[in-house]
Design a protein around this ligand. Structure first.
Ligand SMILES: C[S@@+](CC[C@H](N)C(=O)[O-])C[C@H]1O[C@@H](n2cnc3c(N)ncnc32)[C@H](O)[C@@H]1O
Length: 200
């Protein structure tokens, strides 16, 4: 089991959500649904609300997350509904993307690593998207003042335009910057990029 504060934070949150059957898609997952194509890798899938909905729409999905509660929920629901969705419990910091996918999703994940690790993971995502396939990436940016879910040794905030800039040469299908209120008067600022890899 991965030992860091953010993984513990989400494991506790997911245990409560499973108990309360709280499985709503977040706005980034809702946006992502229209851009899914082919075989999908969902990194940092959380409870798998996107992975399972993709499975219901006929996609084959591999979901990866450190939370045992999330992985158990995804695999149980996938089996019950007969979906081609498989969840793997792993520490994404050391897990290697094993092959190429048509779509790789990383919603709300990269900021939970040191900057160097986050950028390496972003490069690995870009490398493992098939030509003509899509990357769907969402991160927290500078301006975010809610830091309660971060492990102090393992996080980074992206610059506001950085994510889109790092997809230079790809076709940008969506690029959004959004601010949401967070506990105790703080805020979260997100950058979301959906980009298509050139075919050659
Ligand atoms: C903000 S949540 C996002 C979950 C989901 N993608 C969503 O949009 O609701 C971050 C997710 O990253 C996972 N995570 C954080 N650090 C991780 C690590 N080192 N290895 C695997 N998963 C990790 C957490 O368990 C959590 O599910």
């Amino acid at each position: 089991m991965v030992k860091n504060r953010s993984v513990d934070f989400f494991e506790t949150q997911f245990q409560r959500q499973v108990r309360d059957q709280e499985y709503a898609l977040n706005p980034f997952e809702i946006l992502a649904l229209d851009y899914l194509t082919g075989e999908i890798l969902d990194l940092g899938s959380g409870l798998g609300n996107l992975s399972l909905e993709a499975g219901r729409r006929g996609f084959r999905v591999v979901a990866v997350d450190a939370s045992p509660t999330a992985v158990a929920r995804i695999n149980a629901d996938a089996k019950r509904e007969g979906l081609r969705v498989q969840a793997i419990q792993a520490d994404i910091e050391t897990w290697t993307i094993d092959r190429s996918y048509d779509t790789i999703v990383a919603i709300g994940l990269l900021m939970f690593f040191r900057r160097e690790t986050a950028l390496k993971l972003l490069s690995a995502i870009q490398e493992h998207v098939k030509p003509g396939g899509r990357a769907i990436v969402n991160v927290l940016t500078e301006g975010t003042s809610y830091l309660g879910m971060f492990d102090p040794d393992n996080y980074c905030l992206f610059q506001k335009t950085e994510l889109e800039e790092r997809f230079a040469g790809w076709t940008i299908l969506e690029s959004r910057h959004q601010t949401f209120p967070a506990p105790e008067g703080t805020r979260k600022e997100f950058s979301t990029v959906i980009a298509e890899k050139p075919r050659v």
